[in-house]
Design a protein around this ligand. Structure first.
Ligand code: IPE
Ligand code: IPE
Ligand code: MG
Length: 245
């Protein structure tokens, strides 16, 4: 599968909406959390696949702002799973030179999850390989609102004039400042929506939807998505003739 790919045309940044854990569990007659537990192998496959291909940034939509309104037991179990996974995987991340960062309102996570996350970020911060970006308590609208507040603050302090605000100013005040926009976004579970993920950054992102439920997602599914991406012509508003020349 990997052999079919053009290694000179790999996205720098891949974003994934990891969806379908609950339905996967339901199909097995199990509780939703059973699906979340089985999602970990899929996360590991996605990281390994991204690393193998030389992708620089992998953003994983792990918990949205809106997910706080799920049943309390599920939220609690997801947070515990986050802590456990970080503890279990830290040595492998160090071995593979992987840097872990996060985007989102992470200070709203329970204390233990927040602490573990920051600790893992500190531990991996000088790693120079793949950067894994966990989107936690994240949503695009939340992020844009935060950016608007930060920019307004600078204007009110006289550090910035309204007429000086450009698209770059906004990009620089997002959680993803300094990170290139994703070229490709994958969503599993057969849903065709963005669900408030990377709204600004996905303006020209190629979208790939697969019916696979996230716990079943494996490295070959990631390679298949990249293969599909490589067949596309990214025009950015220009004509096909213009981008070919
Ligand atoms: C994705 O799976 C995981 C999170 C959103 C945390 P879901 O839990 O949304 O699974 P479905 O969509 O109900 O099947
Ligand atoms: C999107 O999945 C959020 C994550 C994958 C973390 P949801 O399951 O929350 O999205 P909707 O509610 O189906 O749009
Ligand atoms: Mg879902």
């Amino acid at each position: 599968m990997k052999e079919k790919l053009d290694l000179t045309n790999i996205p720098k940044h891949l974003a994934i909406i990891m969806d379908g854990n609950g339905r996967w569990a339901k199909k097995k007659g199990a509780m939703r959390i059973f699906g979340h537990r089985h999602a970990i192998q899929a996360v590991k496959d996605a990281i390994e696949g991204a690393d193998n291909l030389g992708i620089k940034y992998l953003t994983l939509f792990s918990f949205s702002t809106e997910n706080w309104s799920r049943p309390q037991d599920e939220v609690r179990a997801l947070m515990e799973l986050l802590v456990k996974t970080i503890i279990d995987e830290i040595s492998l991340m160090m071995k593979n030179n992987i840097r872990l960062i996060s985007i989102g309102d992470v200070s709203s996570l329970p204390g233990s999850a927040h602490e573990k996350l920051l600790e893992a970020q500190r531990q991996t911060e000088t790693n120079t390989g793949l950067t894994v970006i966990l989107a936690l308590s994240y949503s695009g609208k939340w992020e844009l609102t935060q950016a608007a507040k930060r920019i307004a603050q600078k204007v009110s302090e006289g550090k910035l004039k309204p007429e000086e605000i450009t698209q770059q100013t906004i990009a620089d005040h997002l959680e993803t400042a300094g990170i290139p926009d994703p070229e490709l976004m994958i969503r599993t579970s057969g849903e065709y929506r963005i669900s408030n993920f990377l709204l600004w950054q996905s303006a020209y992102t190629e979208l790939y939807f697969t019916p696979i439920l996230w716990p079943d997602f494996r490295i070959e599914h990631l390679y298949a998505a990249i293969e599909d991406y490589q067949k596309r012509e990214r025009r950015f508003g220009k004509t096909g003739e213009q981008v070919k020349s």
